[in-house]
Design a protein around this ligand. Structure first.
Ligand code: SF4
Ligand code: FES
Length: 248
């Protein structure tokens, strides 16, 4: 296949960026989207040009590093899939593909398609942990947790902190990301001692980072590669109000 690519190029955080056109020839339908970009980069390097910067690590949908908006959709057109697992067979010969970084005030562009997501680390550092000694696996198994609760907590723990939910939201809200961690820990016995302080601290940190609020439109859920449900945001809101009233 031959494709026309329009890729966001930006030399650094404080300079203007723009979409630049590139031709991608000899694209195999079996290539992954990131392999296609690797081939484009090899061509640029051979011509002595600056390679296009983009993030990736595992390329297996596990680490949450890949972060491209493809034709306006964070992680591209396949639902429940990271962009590293998107394949070129999803496109047709002659297609034009626009590739941009996550766009949010709290995720400043570092270079080209790479954004700084350390704001998520600071939210987790504010409260997304348990400080009780949970012991090893045998001790964990000694605390009985009803199966339905264990499964809901496990589904919430599937969040890979990629930030696609923020990129999709018109308010650049981090609510789906925060609600996944808050749900996971508020459902489990180990998360109870810090339950009220956690939700208050994480939401305060998100506000100070410049993330917006939630207006319940569901774009976050639609693009989440781990299909974290928006019902977690309702649970987080209940946790938040319970914490505010109980602290008075
Ligand atoms: S909730 Fe989904 S989209 Fe948001 S950071 Fe977690 S895995 Fe990524
Ligand atoms: S590179 Fe690890 S999830 Fe995509």
């Amino acid at each position: 296949m031959k494709l026309k690519l329009k890729i966001w190029r930006q030399a650094g955080p404080n300079v203007a960026g723009k979409l630049v056109e590139y031709a991608a020839d000899h694209v195999s339908p079996d290539m992954s989207f990131l392999e296609m970009l690797d081939v484009v980069n090899e061509g640029l390097i051979k011509q002595g040009q600056d390679a296009i910067a983009f993030d990736s690590d595992c390329r297996e949908g596990i680490c949450g590093m890949c972060s491209l908006v493809v034709n306006g959709i964070p992680h591209g057109p396949d639902r429940g899939t990271t962009v590293c697992q998107l394949h070129m067979r999803r496109f047709k010969d002659g297609d034009t593909v626009t590739i941009e970084p996550w766009r949010a005030k709290a995720f400043p562009v570092v270079k080209d398609l790479v954004v700084d997501r350390s704001a998520f680390d600071r939210i987790i550092a504010a409260g997304g942990y348990v400080s009780v000694n949970a012991g090893g696996a045998p001790y964990g198994n000694a605390i009985l947790v009803p199966k339905a609760i264990a499964e809901t907590a496990m589904d919430s723990a599937a969040c890979i902190a990629c930030g696609a939910c923020v990129a999709a939201c018109k308010n650049a809200s981090a609510h789906l990301f925060m609600s996944a961690k808050i749900s996971q820990l508020s459902l489990l016995p180990q998360g109870q001692p810090e339950r009220r302080a956690r939700v208050t601290a994480m939401i305060a940190q998100a506000d100070s980072e410049g993330f917006g609020s939630c207006s319940n439109e569901g774009e976050c859920e639609a693009v989440c590669p781990k299909e974290i449900p928006i019902s977690n945001i309702a649970r987080m809101t209940r946790e938040y109000w319970r914490a505010q009233f109980s602290s008075r």
